[in-house]
Design a protein around this ligand. Structure first.
Ligand code: NAP
Length: 390
């Protein structure tokens, strides 16, 4: 049966990151006739996968191949360089589409709220990782030229990402897509000590085992911990998966405690039970807070469906979003079932479309191939937009 496109529901997904793509996937599985616009304020899709996943974790970034297949669907449009609130208001969006899915994530560093936090050597992990990843809004990184001692505050996987990328050698980063300036700055920095600092004990850390174990396999860095801090039990009341995760963390940390500080050029110290009351110059040359994220407000109400971090806060790995976004997609489908498709002109002011993104992608991959790397990212807004235009 031929479907009259003018009679098909239109869904806007704001935010072309993992939760947005999984929502599109969930929608199309039940309603392949839907017209879906995946909107992003950047000229590039993939959100956190491009800007947040550590540049040396290319295996995690490989998920974009699945997302590209969704973008290739005939009724899915990529609408890059479209900012809601600038190019189109939320009201216009709600008026023009039959449903709006909000997949904007959380891209503001949570604050410690302590004196000294505004000092120039204190960085939030979002800003820092966005710099490593070539986000066009974060092209200026910290000056690492005299940085010997770094404090990484937080005991989650982002803290491990930050500590690991700083600790890895240039050889270990060679096959990553870290931006060249950041890679060169880290390689040239006189780093000697990285302190990963938790405010609670090791049995409360939210690291996952594979990521923690990776810290024990670095060529120029040795991971160490104070054995006295590790004489703790996994909380018996925790659910079984949590107890298993925490027990594995403790085992790995006990292995680190047997290592010799200073036996490699950089020592990564895992420090526990050390809340940060204030940040003062002197102790560390650089402090990177990895303590979670906040989001910006968006309209809540009829026909608006948040997903991913915008819905549940900054937790969970990328695959966590799949089941949740699929469940939200079912809510959207139930909502649409009760409504006739809206008629009216195409509300989307298209700027960078799929072909534009593919021109950027091709240019980046070609530049990467010349260096034996997955890609060399374009980090300048003008270069991105010019390349998209072709
Ligand atoms: P997270 O796992 O929630 O860790 C945040 C850390 O910040 C916790 O250790 C928390 O300690 C600490 N913290 C919060 N407020 C603090 C304060 N005022 N002072 C000191 N410490 C404070 O979050 P994340 O590391 O930002 O990661 C976000 C999500 O992305 C997580 O689900 C993570 O697993 C995921 N992720 C996954 C990967 C991967 O799979 N490779 C990589 C990166 C991120 P308390 O526990 O005491 O609150």
């Amino acid at each position: 049966m031929l479907i009259d496109a003018s009679m098909t529901h239109r869904v806007a997904i704001v935010g072309a990151g993992p939760s947005g793509f999984y929502a599109a996937d969930g929608l199309l599985r039940s309603r392949p006739d839907l017209r879906i616009d995946l909107i992003d304020r950047l000229p590039t899709p993939f959100g956190l996968v491009r800007a947040g996943v550590a540049p040396d974790h290319q295996g995690t970034k490989a998920i974009v191949r699945q997302f590209e297949r969704l973008l290739a669907q005939p009724d899915v449009r990529f609408a890059g360089n479209v900012e809601i609130g600038r190019d189109l208001s939320w009201e216009e969006l709600q008026a023009g589409y039959d449903a709006v899915i909000v997949a904007i994530g959380m891209a503001i560093d949570r604050k410690l709220g302590v004196p000294g936090e505004e000092l120039p050597f204190v960085w939030g992990s979002w800003k820092f990782v966005a710099w490593l990843n070539g986000h066009p809004d974060f092209r200026q990184g910290p000056d690492l030229s005299a940085v010997k001692k770094v404090a990484v505050i937080g005991n989650g996987n982002v803290a491990l990402d930050v500590a690991r990328v700083l600790a890895k050698s240039a050889d270990e980063m060679a096959k990553s897509d870290i931006v060249s300036e950041a890679g060169a700055a880290i390689a040239a920095a006189p780093l000697t000590d990285i302190y990963v600092i938790g405010r609670r004990g090791p049995e409360q850390a939210s690291f996952t085992g594979n990521e923690l174990a990776e810290m024990g396999r670095l060529s120029r860095a040795v991971a160490v911990a104070d054995p006295a801090a590790l004489a703790v039990e996994v909380p018996p009341g925790d659910p079984t998966p949590e107890r298993l995760r925490k027990a594995r963390n403790l085992e790995i940390l006990k292995g680190f405690a047997r290592n010799e500080p200073g036996s490699k050029p950089i020592t990564v110290h895992f420090v526990f039970n050390r809340p940060t009351a204030a940040i003062e110059p002197g102790e560390f040359d650089l402090v990177i807070t990895c303590i979670g994220y906040e989001g910006v407000a968006f309209p809540k109400g009829e026909g608006v469906f948040p997903v991913g971090w915008a819905k549940r806060g900054p937790s969970g790995t990328i695959p966590t979003n799949r089941a949740e976004s699929h469940a939200v997609a079912q809510q959207v489908i139930a909502w649409l079932k009760e409504r006739d498709p809206k008629s009216g002109p195409d509300p989307m002011p298209l700027s960078v479309d799929l072909a534009g993104w593919h021109r950027i992608d091709k240019a980046e991959v070609a530049a990467g191939a010349r260096q034996g790397r997955p890609r060399v990212k374009l980090t300048d807004w003008k270069a991105l937009l010019d390349t998209a235009e072709g």
